[in-house]
Design a protein around this ligand. Structure first.
Ligand SMILES: [Zn+2]
Length: 279
């Protein structure tokens, strides 16, 4: 699983926030030298893939010894990986109990997440349009181009690649707002990681009811695939155009409309996941 929600387009940010500085676990890994860093990163990706694939199911306890044997690495990179996954919101640590995988987003958590995004992201887009410079314009154009390329992938790869693009696009705009607090707050939601996890849960038929599962599957596909009008990309292009042409009002409105439509499209996935958990 190559899902990577981190920002690949604007690594040279004004905020000096490289990918991994956002992450406590990996910051430690970087300090302890390149070899450890690679092992730590690989272990992190492997454990994250296990969470996504439900090899470690939502709510399931994580046994560090067993994981260490299973992955053939010592406990140190396992502990580092778990600390990073904890900051991603995929693993929770409880005193005296240890680590467990977090549950999928509840309906309320999902709703709260999108209401928060509706508060901060339209403002971020407005500020981005006011502040935009040549570098920002180039980064937006590059990201839209990557999304068009992603549409050429196969079905599942396309959804994964489009989720990655979506994460980078929204992260880029919160960064371009020039407000570091807002940027951090957005990153901390890990919203695309959670959306993708809902998609995987649905795809693995872990969400109840075949009809409902198909319905949720359709939602993701219609949103991200080319056959149905490339909706996400069209909306992103409209947002990018407003920012690039320096139209703050239009950028704000387009971002609001885009998140509102995302909320309507994805909320059945959260409802279906919650229904499964209740059973
Ligand atoms: Zn989007």
């Amino acid at each position: 699983m190559g899902y990577d929600y981190r920002n690949k387009v604007t690594d040279d940010s004004d905020f000096k926030l490289g990918d991994d500085s956002l992450n406590r676990g990996s910051a430690q890994a970087v300090k302890s030298g390149p070899r450890r860093s690679v092992l730590s990163d690989e272990t992190y990706e492997m454990v994250k893939a296990m969470v996504f694939s439900h090899e470690i199911a939502p709510g399931q306890r994580v046994n560090i010894d067993a994981l260490s044997i299973r992955l053939g690495v010592s406990q140190t990179p396992i502990r580092e990986a778990l600390a990073r996954l904890e900051s991603d919101g995929l693993i929770a640590k409880e005193p005296l109990k240890g680590y467990s995988a977090t549950n999928l987003l509840t309906v309320k958590e999902f709703d709260d997440l999108f209401k928060f995004r509706l508060l901060i992201e339209p403002w971020a887009a407005e500020q981005a349009a006011k502040n935009v410079d040549a570098e920002g314009k180039a980064a937006l154009k590059a990201e839209i181009q990557i999304a068009k390329e992603a549409l050429k992938f196969d079905d599942d790869g396309k959804i994964e690649a489009m989720t990655e693009h979506d994460a980078r696009f929204h992260t880029l705009i919160t960064r371009m707002s020039g407000n570091e607090n807002l940027y951090h707050a957005f990153e901390r939601t890990h919203c695309h990681l959670h959306l993708f996890r809902l998609f995987v849960a649905n795809q693995k038929n872990l969400i109840s009811g075949q009809d409902r599962t198909q319905f949720v599957q359709d939602l993701f596909e219609k949103y991200y695939q080319s056959g149905s009008g490339q909706l996400a990309i069209k909306q992103h292009q409209a947002i990018a155009k407003a920012i690039i042409t320096g139209d703050p009002k239009m950028a704000k409105q387009n971002m609001y409309d885009h998140i509102e439509s995302s909320l309507k499209r994805f909320s059945p996935a959260a409802v279906a996941a919650a229904a499964k958990i209740e059973k």
